[in-house]
Structure formats: structure tokens, C-alpha cells
Write a protein that binds this ligand. Structure first.
Ligand code: EPU
Length: 419
């Protein structure tokens, strides 16, 4: 198992290039199940979740070809042999559930091992299933698997009881062939959902309202393959911005899409980060003391839950008290105990963490518990005095492309060791 060893306290300087968005590419990959033929995905991030999704698609019969060091994927879904996502794959990646909608739409049936809870909360999929049922699908739960069946889906008006990103993606994909009109109310507005809708439109789907809370889908008979470039990862971008805030120096963050992370930019500016936007790049400079701010996560365009842990690392060396409220997931504070081991003063009360900033963190052996918690520990390690060793970095590899190489390019002392 790999560990990351970080020697903290180095200034970060230089340019870093942002990869394609993990949470955009995963639903796009499953959208390839909707139409036979050869789909092309460009700007694919080289992260473990993409490899897991490739394995799942291959299991279903999709031919996956990866070129240009994995940056371009050809997905040929002409012959689908199976409609089941097995336990082994779903348990390592919850996003496997995204095959439900497209398989149901194309094959009239899909089966997915029911994802259990995970490190950040219970994360049920009731809203996905409710949406598919509204389109006429039958849902059965047996032996740990959920099966959805429905040979002829019909358009319907449905309202999500909670804003759900993958739930919206799943039901949107299921609705593309449903007869008549489907209205998705309280739909998620995240940029990754908008991207999916736009790729589906390129395939020939009739979709309107993406990026708003009401998406309309008029069923079509067939779709054609897409050729799509994945948007830059807004969370990876935000993570480098947080690194710039915690360490002296200046960074040019290239190939990003600043419009997608305005709430993060705003918050970091409030802490004193200098940020200049220039088309697809951001120039950032962390100077002076970090002003503590309060942060409350919310659905897009609110502050993303996927940046909450990284922001807590920033606040742990702030000047003052910052209150962090997590409204999306019920258990997304697992990084707190590890940050405390590095000297942070954080008190948790329910879904709120009160972070009393201190002048420094001290390096320590710590353990990553989920993807974004790992990113938080990397940030803390970069800013800490002395050495930090992070174990269980496989969490980080699920969603960050070559993070230690990118950070080394900026002057950080970070090495991966195999133990
Ligand atoms: N929820 C339900 N029922 C459902 C669906 C969701 O109660 O049927 C609840 C969840 O338990 C959670 C809230 O609704 O409390 C929002 O969950 P959502 O469904 O939006 O999350 P998701 O689609 O499973 C995606 C991202 C997550 C990101 C969240 C929130 C992907 C593959 N995953 O998850 O990304 O945190 O949206 O923005 O897109 C990450 O990248 O580290 C990550 C966890």
C-alpha cells in the first residue's frame, strides 16, 4: 500500500494544469451505453475511478480502448452482453449505480448491487429508484441487488425529494427514450449534470432546462454516439487554490473553468487569497495572514461539499475562528480527528465544526479516510512544520490525477513510497 511523505513548509510556485473532471467523466462513460457505436471521450482524467468504470463497462460488453496515455477513450457499446453491475465493482465505486438509467433505457432491464453506506454517510439511492419508477419501471430488491425493469417507459412529471447529482443523471438518461415528455423537478444544477445533458443533446436527445431546477426531456427513438471533451475538474482546481492560500508563493492554474467554482474563489478571496481570472486560467497568490471565514456547503452554485475538507485545512491555520457547516452529507468530518493529530483545534457539534485557527500545524503520521479527506491531509502536510506521512492514499488516487507529481512541479517536497 502506498504512502505519501510530505516535508512541509515549502513555498509553491509555478504552473499546474487541471485534468478532466472525475464527476463529469463517470456519467458520460455510462451515457455511452445508450447508443450503439463508437463514442469518443477526450480530456479524460487518469484516475482510478475511470479505470473502475472502464472495467464495469467492459463487464457489460462495451469495448474500451484507451489512447494518448488514457486521455482519450473510445467506447464501443454496439454489443451489450450483460445488464448487471456486480458487487465487487459497486463496492469500490458508488458511481457504478449510474449504469441503471442507461441500461434500463436501452435494454429494458438493469441490475446493480445495492451500494451500502460509505465513509461520508448512508447515501441511499431511493431518489434514483423513485424517479425510474415514475417512468414506469418496476423495482425489486433481492439478495443485495436492485433490479429495474421496464420495456416501454413513459414520460412523467417527477420531483426529486432531495437534490441529487447522480440521481438526476440516472433518471435523465433513463428518460431519453421514454414516450412523451418527462419533467424532472428539483433537478441538480451541478456543472457535471449540465455536461451530461449537453452530451446527450449531441447524441440527438431532446433535453431543455439543464442547469436549472426543471429539466424537460422529450423522448426520441434512438441516439447516435458522442464525441465529447470532458470539462476541467472544479474540485481539483479548488484544491490547488487552497494549497496556494496555505503556502506562500504564486501559482498559475491552467486549463480550468473558473465559472464553475465561483463560490470557492469567493470564499478563498475572503480569506485573503489574491485571485486573478484570465479566460481558462487562474493566477493565485497567497500572502499575508489567513482570515478565518465561515463556510456552509450547499448544492450548486453553493459551496461544494467536495471542497469542505480542504477548506477546513485552510481554516486550521487561520487568524480567528471559522465555522464549517456540512449540509449535504451527515458524516463528512472524518478528516477532523487527523487534523487534530497535526495540532488543529477543531470542535464538532453535529453537522458543524468550529475551527480555531492556530499559527501552524505540525507534521504527523495520518490516515486518509475518503477522497476529499485525503486532499485535506495533503494540504495540511504541505503547510505543516516537519514531516507528514499519509497512509491509505488509494482514496486520493480515485479522484486526483498524479497529485504528487503536480505538487512537486510547484516545488513541494512530496514523495510516494510503497510499504
Ligand atoms: N441522497 C438520498 N437519496 C438518494 C440520493 C441522494 O438521500 O437517492 C442524499 C445523499 O445521501 C446525500 C445527498 O442526498 O446526503 C446528496 O447526494 P447526491 O446524490 O447529490 O451525491 P452523489 O450523486 O452520490 C455526487 C458526487 C460526490 C459529491 C456529491 C454532492 C459523483 C460521482 N459523486 O455524489 O462526489 O460529493 O454528488 O455534490 O458525481 C467526490 O467526488 O469526492 C464525491 C463524493
Amino acid at each position: 500500500m502506498d504512502q505519501l511523505v510530505i516535508e512541509g513548509g515549502r513555498p509553491l510556485r509555478g504552473a499546474v494544469r487541471i485534468a478532466g473532471a472525475k464527476n463529469a467523466v463517470l456519467p458520460l462513460m455510462t451515457a455511452a451505453l445508450l447508443a450503439p457505436g463508437r463514442h469518443v471521450l477526450r480530456n479524460v482524467p487518469q484516475v482510478v475511478d475511470v479505470r473502475t468504470m472502464s472495467r464495469l463497462l467492459q463487464h457489460l460488453g462495451v469495448r474500451v480502448e484507451s489512447v494518448d496515455e488514457g486521455r482519450t477513450l473510445y467506447l464501443d457499446s454496439s454489443l451489450l452482453e450483460r445488464v448487471e453491475a456486480p458487487y465487487d465493482l459497486v463496492k469500490t465505486m458508488r458511481a457504478s449505480v449510474l449504469v441503471l438509467g442507461p441500461l434500463l433505457a436501452r435494454k429494458g432491464r438493469a441490475q446493480v448491487s445495492l451500494p451500502g453506506g460509505c465513509a461520508i454517510g448512508a447515501r441511499p439511492i431511493d431518489q434514483h429508484l423513485k424517479g425510474l419508477q415514475a417512468l414506469g419501471a418496476k423495482v425489486e430488491l433481492e439478495h443485495g441487488y436492485v433490479t429495474v425493469k421496464g420495456a416501454s417507459l413513459k414520460g412523467a412529471c417527477l420531483r426529486f425529494g432531495i437534490s441529487t447529482v447522480t440521481g438526476t443523471a440516472n433518471v435523465l438518461m433513463a428518460a431519453v427514450f421514454a414516450e412523451g415528455r418527462t419533467l424532472l423537478e428539483n433537478a441538480a444544477c451541478e456543472p457535471e449534470v449540465v455536461e451530461l445533458a449537453r452530451a446527450l443533446q449531441q447524441m440527438g436527445a431532446h433535453i431543455e432546462g439543464e442547469g436549472t431546477e426543471v429539466i424537460t426531456v422529450d423522448g426520441v427513438e434512438r441516439l447516435k454516439p458522442f464525441d465529447w471533451e470532458v470539462i476541467p475538474d472544479r474540485i481539483e482546481t479548488g484544491t490547488f487554490l487552497a494549497a496556494a492560500r496555505m503556502n506562500p508563493g504564486e501559482i498559475l492554474v491552467e486549463k480550468c473553468r473558473p465559472a464553475d467554482l465561483q463560490s470557492v474563489i469567493e470564499k478563498l478571496r475572503a480569506t485573503g487569497l489574491r485571485v486573478e481570472e484570465n479566460g481558462n486560467s487562474l493566477w493565485v497568490k497567497g500572502e499575508g495572514p489567513i482570515r478565518s471565514v465561515d463556510v456552509k456547503t450547499g448544492a450548486y452554485p453553493g459551496f461544494p461539499t467536495d471542497m469542505q475538507a480542504q477548506m477546513m485545512a485552510v481554516l486550521s491555520i487561520g487568524e480567528g475562528i471559522g465555522v464549517v457547516t456540512e449540509t449535504i452529507f451527515e458524516n463528512r468530518f472524518t478528516h477532523v480527528s487527523e487534523l487534530r493529530r497535526m495540532g488543529a483545534h477543531i470542535q464538532v457539534e453535529g453537522r458543524t465544526a468550529i475551527v480555531k485557527g492556530g499559527p501552524w500545524l505540525s507534521g504527523a503520521p495520518v490516515m486518509a479516510s475518503d477522497l476529499r479527506a485525503s486532499a485535506c491531509l495533503v494540504l495540511a502536510g504541505l503547510a505543516a512544520k516537519g514531516a507528514t506521512t499519509i497512509s491509505r492514499v488509494y482514496h486520493l488516487d480515485r479522484g486526483y490525477e498524479a497529485i504528487e507529481m503536480k505538487l512537486r512541479g510547484l516545488g513541494a517536497s512530496i514523495t510516494r513510497v510503497r510499504v
